[in-house]
Design a protein around this ligand. Structure first.
Ligand code: SF4
Ligand code: FES
Length: 380
């Protein structure tokens, strides 16, 4: 099979981050700064990516601005001809760092917000004072003439303020807003019972987004990602495994998605083992779920198999214990009814205790996923 190069590289340059978002997608065991790839290796990878045909690099983390050499890497990516995007919480940005990044050629900044209400936002993000710092950083972005996307992460505690978050993003000068319901991997899975909105809340939020799209047409583009558990069809996770996106972790492991390391038995090469192109095309991990040949029924004979590529492998693992199963979000999966029952049960309770990074009541399950230890929630 001919394998086209990825469209975009997600460069997770560090796991360091002052925030402790309760839906963080980073793994339980974070890489320490001492194991992060040095600038020269990242720059070599950026060269390889551009030569291979990658078009965009998204500098991410953790919090990528925790790395003082970020402007050097952005400048290098710019020289390579890559479109550069910074995915940041904004809380570490200061008035000197952002112009340095703009001078280095940075084209786009994505800042996440947790709510319009600072108390609620900071409860979810786990950092006092973060909300105002994010708003200030967003204003600096537009003052510098950089393109701004506001990423608003939606859950049961803020779903009723979706419209206010869109208004805030528009007032900040964002050209794009991503209204992204939490996806239940990483810490979000441990916190699912407290975060998953009800079907009614989701429907109301969807109506609000549709109205805002009409009102802001031509001014602000609104992307909308709904929570899988209330869907009937799965999303094409990562645009299909090993097809459009490649993730590189702080110490250099090359992954098809941020949660792929939770899949038991998979071995991932690092950028020190070979070139990006070699790993992308020949790694057993990338080839395991690429295309359609690996698919079981009902995907194998389904007319959507090249639209959603069977959904999300990491979600299939989390919900069925088998990464090769049809994503149970799909109505054709034998597990679909179980997901619906689970969603109904979890969303009928009050918003409960939240688990933060470092909480000893959360353990990594045998499958690599995070989950509360038995009885932990009652003691929260
Ligand atoms: Fe997608 Fe498989 Fe469901 Fe078809 S059966 S819609 S390919 S997940
Ligand atoms: Fe891994 Fe969807 S997050 S395939």
């Amino acid at each position: 099979m001919t394998v086209p190069p990825p469209l975009a590289l997600l460069a997770e340059v560090t796991h360091r981050c002052p925030m402790r978002c309760v839906y963080c997608s980073n793994p339980l065991a974070l890489e320490p700064a001492s194991r992060e790839l040095p600038t020269a290796v990242w720059n070599r990878v950026l060269n390889e990516a551009a030569d291979y045909g990658v078009l965009q690099v998204h500098f991410s983390g953790g919090e990528p601005t925790a790395r003082p050499d970020l402007p050097d890497m952005v400048a290098h990516a710019t020289r390579c001809g890559l479109y550069t995007n910074l995915i940041t919480s904004g809380v570490l940005l200061d008035k000197t760092q952002l112009p340095a990044l703009a001078d280095a050629g940075l084209e786009h900044v994505q800042i996440s917000i947790q709510d319009v209400d600072p108390t609620s936002a900071e409860r979810i993000g786990g950092l006092t004072g973060a909300h105002e710092r994010k708003l200030t950083a967003a204003r600096w972005v537009t003052e510098l003439g950089l393109a701004l996307t506001i990423n608003a992460v939606i859950h049961r505690g803020n779903v009723e303020r979706v419209g206010d978050m869109i208004e805030l993003a528009a007032a900040l000068g964002a050209g794009r807003v991503e209204i992204a319901h939490v996806q239940y991997y990483g810490w979000a899975l441990a916190n699912r019972a407290a975060l998953l909105p009800s079907r009614q809340q989701l429907d109301l939020a969807t109506k609000t987004v549709e109205e805002a799209r009409t009102a802001l047409r031509g001014r602000v583009m609104i992307d909308y990602v709904i929570p899988d558990y209330h869907a009937r069809l799965p999303k094409a996770c990562m645009g299909g495994w090993g097809q459009r996106f490649v993730n590189i972790e702080p110490m250099g492991r090359v992954l098809p998605c941020h949660a792929a390391t939770t899949i038991p038995g998979m071995r991932f090469e690092t950028v020190l083992d070979g070139s990006l192109a070699q790993i992308w095309e020949h790694s057993a991990a990338f080839n395991q779920f690429r295309g359609t040949e690996w698919m079981p029924e009902p995907c194998a004979s389904c007319n959507r198999r090249e639209i959603d590529w069977g959904g999300c492998r990491c979600q299939a693992l989390a919900l069925t214990g088998d990464a090769a199963a049809t994503d149970p979000v799909c109505h054709k999966s034998p597990y679909h009814a179980t997901v619906k029952t689970l969603a109904g049960a979890e969303t009928s309770s009050e918003q409960g205790a939240l688990f933060y990074r470092g909480d000893r009541r959360v353990q990594q399950t045998a499958m690599g996923y995070l989950g509360p230890m038995a009885g932990a929630a009652e003691h929260g």
